[in-house]
Design a protein around this ligand. Structure first.
Ligand SMILES: CC(C)(COP(=O)(O)OP(=O)(O)OC[C@H]1O[C@@H](n2cnc3c(N)ncnc32)[C@H](O)[C@@H]1OP(=O)(O)O)[C@@H](O)C(=O)NCCC(=O)NCCS
Length: 169
């Protein structure tokens, strides 16, 4: 399967709505995402990504054999963390387990390190999200520790894990 990343297009809203209108996806993400999620929600999300200040948001559609399979982004942090970026992603359930996310994570890291002054990209999956932790490990991220009782999701107190990858010359 040929996996690529490309800039968002407003016409991707239907595909992204179909992917994220899935509780199994949303249960592994932070709160604040509409559920149910409409095409209009997708358009608003894509517009906000396209309108973000250059160099602060590196957001892409993930495509598999030319079809939208998921969403990935690296988001520049602020203040003393301004040269770090947090990564987030999700993949449509029909594409799980095919290596799509791992490839996309590698592509985004390469893009960010080659096209910005960012020196560290990190991700904070829920500790129970074995698939996401595995993706990060396969993509070359280092596990740095567990953030104990770091969030409340669906009424449960959960641990999260800190993973990062550092720019090397
Ligand atoms: C997590 C997610 C992004 C993974 O995407 P994906 O394209 O399926 O990932 P990949 O195929 O590249 O790799 C998944 C790896 O996890 C492994 N895996 C999957 N489920 C697992 C489980 N329950 N326990 C252990 N490993 C698991 C797979 O076997 C694979 O590893 P392998 O190649 O060594 O066999 C996808 O499942 C998803 O979108 N989930 C919902 C949203 C989410 O969790 N986003 C991330 C928030 S931090």
């Amino acid at each position: 399967m040929r996996v690529s990343i490309r800039p968002w297009q407003l016409s991707d809203a239907t595909d992204i709505a179909a992917i994220i209108n899935n509780k199994k996806v949303q249960d592994n993400l932070r709160d604040g995402i509409a559920y149910p999620y409409s095409v209009k929600d997708g358009e608003d999300f894509i517009a906000s990504m396209l309108n973000a200040e250059e160099g602060t948001v590196f957001a892409f559609a993930i495509t598999a054999d030319g079809r939208v399979a998921g969403s990935i982004g690296a988001f520049r942090q602020t203040n003393i963390h301004s040269r770090t970026a947090e990564m987030g992603y999700y993949i449509g359930e029909g594409y799980w387990g095919m290596g799509v996310c791992t490839k996309a994570v590698k592509l985004v890291c390469r893009h960010v390190f080659e096209n910005s002054d960012i020196i560290r990209i990190y991700a904070e999956p829920f500790a129970c999200n074995a698939a996401s932790c595995r993706v990060l490990e396969k993509a070359g991220f280092q596990y740095e520790g567990t953030l104990r009782s770091n969030a409340v999701k669906n009424g449960h107190i959960i641990d999260m894990r800190m993973y990062s990858i550092i720019k090397t010359d």
